[in-house]
Write a protein that binds this ligand. Structure first.
Ligand code: AMP
Length: 219
């Protein structure tokens, strides 16, 4: 069976994480977030975590070499055999080239590239109100998607935290980095049949319906 992978494109804050988690759950593929993997490395104090911590806090990108290495290793795990849902990868043309090579070597395909688009003002609003469960990674928003009990995760009871890089100054830097380094990926994938442009406007449920329709899976 040919493995088929999903890619989410879009600026930080458009809802990639939320939507990638939901899609992964629906189609029963692992959710592979390079940001989550890096944060876990920082927590554990591994060599990669030590190298990545300051870069992440500043809003810049971790080196392609580190990212391509962790993705290549992740794809070797048994649960990736039928495909994964990438979240936050690829983020540079170099990473996209490396992914194409990696997939060609395995005989895998890209099932869909989901490009989520949202206005800049909306992005800043979403990122500054975002809260993330320190235990299970579930994503909330203080206004649009609050937990039942303030500061506590509905799913696992973990503590909700604001990410260091969701502070206003770092948000601005991350958006600039997105424009410079990641936005060129839109042209890279645009002409492929797997490419889908999806509006990120509205509730998470509405956005998810658009994604499910674009991808053509039954709910
Ligand atoms: P995210 O959770 O996807 O917003 O990622 C948080 C931070 O981790 C980013 O601002 C980068 O510093 C780093 N990061 C995550 N994924 C990548 C990637 N594919 N390439 C480079 N840096 C990354």
């Amino acid at each position: 069976m040919v493995a088929k992978h999903f890619i989410f494109l879009g600026a930080p804050g458009v809802g990639k994480g939320t939507q990638a988690q939901r899609l992964a759950q629906l189609i029963r593929l692992p959710h592979v977030s390079t940001g989550d993997m890096l944060r876990a490395s920082v927590q554990s104090g591994s060599a990669i975590g030590v190298r990545a911590a300051a870069v992440m806090e500043s809003g810049a990108l971790v080196s392609d070499e580190i990212i391509i290495g962790i993705v290549a290793e992740r794809l070797l795990l048994a649960d990736a055999a039928t495909g994964v849902v990438f979240d936050g990868f690829p983020r540079t043309i170099h990473q996209a080239n490396a992914l194409d090579d990696l997939l060609a070597g395995r005989g895998d395909q890209i099932a869909a590239v989901l490009h989520i688009e949202l206005a800049d003002e909306e992005i800043v609003e979403r990122l500054s109100g975002r809260r993330v469960c320190a235990t299970c990674g579930a994503i909330y928003h203080v206004r649009y998607h609050p937990p039942a009990v303030e500061g506590i995760c509905d799913v696992c009871g973990g503590v909700l935290l604001q990410r260091e890089d969701d502070q206003p100054a770092v948000i601005r830097k991350r958006l600039a980095v997105y424009q410079a380094e990641t936005a060129p990926l839109i042209a890279y994938y645009h002409d492929r049949s797997a490419y889908h442009l999806v509006s990120g406007e509205g509730e998470a449920d509405e956005v998810f319906s658009r994604i499910v329709k674009a991808v053509g899976v039954a709910r």
